[in-house]
Write a protein that binds this ligand. Structure first.
Ligand SMILES: NC(=O)C1=CN([C@@H]2O[C@H](COP(=O)(O)OP(=O)(O)OC[C@H]3O[C@@H](n4cnc5c(N)ncnc54)[C@H](O)[C@@H]3O)[C@@H](O)[C@H]2O)[C@@H](O)CC1
Ligand SMILES: [K+]
Length: 502
């Protein structure tokens, strides 16, 4: 699914009206109908109390007026408060005229803002994608008043004050803190960034039949990967597939006290469908590794406590390095030799990333399409400290294009960046996955899918990230989020991949 800018969204509206031969009023009615349907499902009219609808002067306010009419007709108690301005949009005027007289309407005024009881339902239809500058004056006062009322706010399209595509130019200007945000057609970049979480709340995208041809042709670097995305499905294993089709992976992992990382990563690689797995680990881990992962082969390093040797890479179709590795200088030398000599896909994680960050000259050696899986801290060590989430995305796009690699920037809505600068946000996963070893599991899964001879680098990586999150969601349904541990993710990779197989 694509993520478009506010300007593209406006063009999309126009394209939809033209392609479907409908007026903007009709499109607004569709939007209001979709909003109303969501309300009917979420809040029963007997329990909703009186709903306050705050309407701005543009089409966002027009949506609010149309929604107020539909909710009133469905038996909800509704009152409307309008932000006074000289000029309102044509569809606003249409919907103002069609608001039944039985719905109380007031004009917002400084010093006479409506009383809002704690827990009351408020619809924020002040500003959407047309917001051109930070809120000031009366609009800012209304939003500040709303935010301190502790109401349940449902934002139409965007929380008012938040820009769809970029950071707030004035961090001091108020933004509505919504419990829910209901967008139209496609998610917005603003929904996916941690810095906006307190404003956006739980978001949903409502289908209003926007023109698919326009969306298909629109140019954007931003995408949202969902379970149903056919581009990242796992192909069924053919009847005549055998171990080599699915590849032989090598995993360099573990050090004294961190053998669990190697075990978890290897487990994920095996559950990820790899044909064969060999792990190269320090001597200290031999017994635990062979006992817990009998399906994998095991090479032990001459060093007991850390990895100091690179084995012959001849047999392998992909190599993963990093989980639990430690940062010994001999390990850095192994990483360097790997980068210099490997002819097969590489997956680099954890301490191997920290070694890259501490020896930036090694970045120049990264083979094209290498997959790096940093969390934000590791990414910062590879680049620089971002001043906000939007800047971090700029840094990500610069990095992937410069080094021609695939970067998995881990977090909520993990972003997978491709060498051509395209970024794919992931939809699956939950906060229960913020637990030790979760990243090691992802590395093993990416490694398995990079070894799979049927998948390209971006397909394999996006699929691994999607399946990892889905495994987390399946696991959390059994354990709850707090009770989820990394081993549960490994155990659910099989069903997660099965759900993604075509
Ligand atoms: N496909 C879609 O996305 C659809 C969008 N619709 C709605 O249309 C909205 C966009 O409508 P508009 O383009 O009219 O924009 P908005 O309604 O978001 O805001 C524009 C109005 O706000 C004023 N304004 C902008 N910044 C301001 C500021 N900082 N302080 C005070 N006033 C400010 C403008 O002068 C203009 O009057 C969407 O957010 C959505 O709610 C729906 O009606 C139909 C479908
Ligand atoms: K809004």
């Amino acid at each position: 699914m694509k993520i478009l800018t506010a300007a593209q969204t406006h063009q999309l509206d126009q394209a939809t009206m033209q392609a479907q031969n409908i007026t903007s009023t009709e499109l607004m009615e569709r939007a209001a109908g979709a909003l109303a349907e969501w309300f009917y499902g979420e809040f029963h009219s007997n329990e909703a109390g009186e709903i306050l609808v705050l309407c701005g002067p543009g089409n966002n306010g027009g949506d609010g007026l149309a929604l107020a009419r539909l909710l009133h007709a469905a038996g909800y108690a509704v009152r409307v408060a309008l932000l006074p301005t000289e000029k309102q949009s044509a569809d606003w005027q249409h919907n103002r005229q069609h608001l039944p007289a039985a719905v109380p309407v007031a004009e917002l005024a400084a010093g006479a803002l409506p009383a809002i009881a704690p827990g009351a339902l408020v619809i924020d239809a002040l500003f959407g994608t047309g917001l051109a500058r930070p809120l000031a004056g009366l609009a800012a006062a209304v939003v500040a008043h709303l935010n301190q009322a502790r109401a349940h706010v449902v934002a139409v399209d965007l929380p008012s004050g938040l820009l769809a595509d970029g950071p707030q130019p004035d961090p001091g200007a108020p933004v509505v803190r919504a419990s829910y945000t209901l967008g139209f057609g496609l998610p917005k970049l603003a929904f996916l960034l941690p810095q906006n979480a307190d404003y956006v709340g739980e978001w949903h995208v409502l289908d209003i039949g926007l023109d698919q041809d326009f969306i298909d042709q629109a140019a954007t670097p931003w995408h949202f990967t969902q379970l149903a995305d056919a581009n990242v499905a796992l192909p069924r294993r053919g009847r005549f597939g055998y171990k080599n089709t699915f590849g032989h992976a090598l995993l360099l992992a573990g050090s004294r006290g961190k053998m669990g990382a190697a075990v978890l990563s290897a487990g994920a690689c095996l559950r990820g469908g790899v044909g064969l797995l060999t792990a190269h680990i320090p001597g200290v881990g031999y017994d635990v590794f062979q006992t817990t992962r009998p399906e994998a082969m095991c090479l032990t390093d001459a060093q007991a406590d850390f990895v100091s040797e690179l084995p012959d890479l001849g047999p392998y179709q992909a190599v993963g390095i990093g989980p639990g590795l430690g940062q010994a200088d001999a390990t850095r030398a192994v990483l360097e030799e790997l980068l210099r000599t490997a002819k097969v896909p590489l997956v680099i994680d954890a301490d191997a990333l920290n070694l890259l960050g501490a020896h930036r000259e090694l970045l120049e050696l990264l083979p094209e399409n290498t997959v790096l899986t940093p969390h934000i801290g590791e990414f910062t060590r590879l680049t620089e400290k971002a001043h906000d989430d939007y800047h971090r995305l700029d840094l990500l796009r610069a990095f992937i294009q410069k080094h021609r690699c695939v970067v998995v920037l881990k977090g909520a809505y993990t972003a997978v960046g491709a060498p051509d600068g395209q970024v794919y946000f992931n939809s699956t996963g939950n906060p229960g996955m913020g637990t030790g070893g979760s990243g090691d599991v992802l590395t093993g899964l990416v490694l398995a899918l990079r070894a799979d001879q049927r998948l390209g680098p971006l397909h394999a990586t996006r699929l691994a990230v999607l399946a990892h999150g889905h495994a987390g969601d399946l696991a959390a349904a059994e354990t709850g989020e707090a009770g989820l541990i990394a081993g549960d993710l490994v155990a659910h990779i099989g069903p997660a991949l099965q759900a993604l197989t075509v």
